[in-house]
Design a protein. Structure first.
Length: 224
């Protein structure tokens, strides 16, 4: 990512032209869509966000990315403020949906917050390159989140090349016991997968991790 103040002018409100067009497409094709976008809030603050849109074209809600990397290749703290609306879980006709964005996935606390809020399906839109360790832990992290919380995880990573960055794709679906049930390669791909809700109940009966939690012993996790 380059640092360019001019790029900040690309941010849009939740009811801006980009999300409006995606809402129209969702209604036309009868799809639920998670649409990442560069959000400009009413206050003027800028966020890395994702809107959830139902198959009637209605916006069910919005998520703002909490964890922002800052490195020679990812200058997110220049473009965004950290998310400030928690980890919402959205009720849909398909089930309870939660969202993490990209770098959020490295923080198990984020995945657990969604689990505690009742998430059944967690989507992780991502733009991650081949640099560093990311490719080696991509599946491991998402599988671990699915196991620890007993929900489905869909990791969606971009492909192709932008400037000097090459993206590895490897989008995948993981079931609640951490098994990869479908995965793409490094090309543009459409995955169509059945994600039965009853599998979540089955796994949570066998692994009642939420029942056996000990929040009274976790003070250090929430300490500054």
């Amino acid at each position: 990512q380059r640092i360019s103040p001019e790029d900040q002018a690309l941010a849009e409100s939740l009811d801006g032209p980009s999300i409006t067009r995606i809402c129209e497409a969702a209604s036309r094709y009868k799809l639920h869509i998670i649409a990442p976008f560069y959000e400009k809030a009413m206050s003027g603050e800028l966020y890395n966000a994702a809107a959830l849109i139902d198959d009637s074209g209605n916006i069910l809600g919005n998520y703002r990315k909490h964890h922002l990397p800052m490195s020679s290749h990812f200058n997110e703290k220049f473009y965004f403020r950290p998310g400030n609306i928690g980890f919402p879980v959205f009720e849909t006709v398909l089930g309870k949906i939660g969202i993490m964005i990209c770098y959020d996935r490295h923080f198990p606390e984020a995945a657990r917050m969604l689990g505690l809020a009742g998430a059944e399906y967690v989507f992780v839109p991502t733009a991650t390159t081949k640099r560093g360790f990311s490719r080696s832990v991509w599946e491991i992290e998402l599988r671990a989140h699915a196991i620890a919380n007993g929900y489905y995880v869909a990791g969606v990573n971009r492909v192709g090349t932008e400037l000097e960055s090459e993206y590895y794709g490897a989008s995948l679906f993981v079931d609640p016991i951490g098994e990869i049930i479908a995965q793409a390669d490094d090309k543009e791909t459409v995955l169509v997968v059945d994600l039965p809700r009853e599998r979540i109940d089955e796994v949570r009966r066998v692994w009642p991790f939420f029942r056996d939690r000990r929040p009274d012993a976790y003070d250090a996790i929430i300490a500054p």
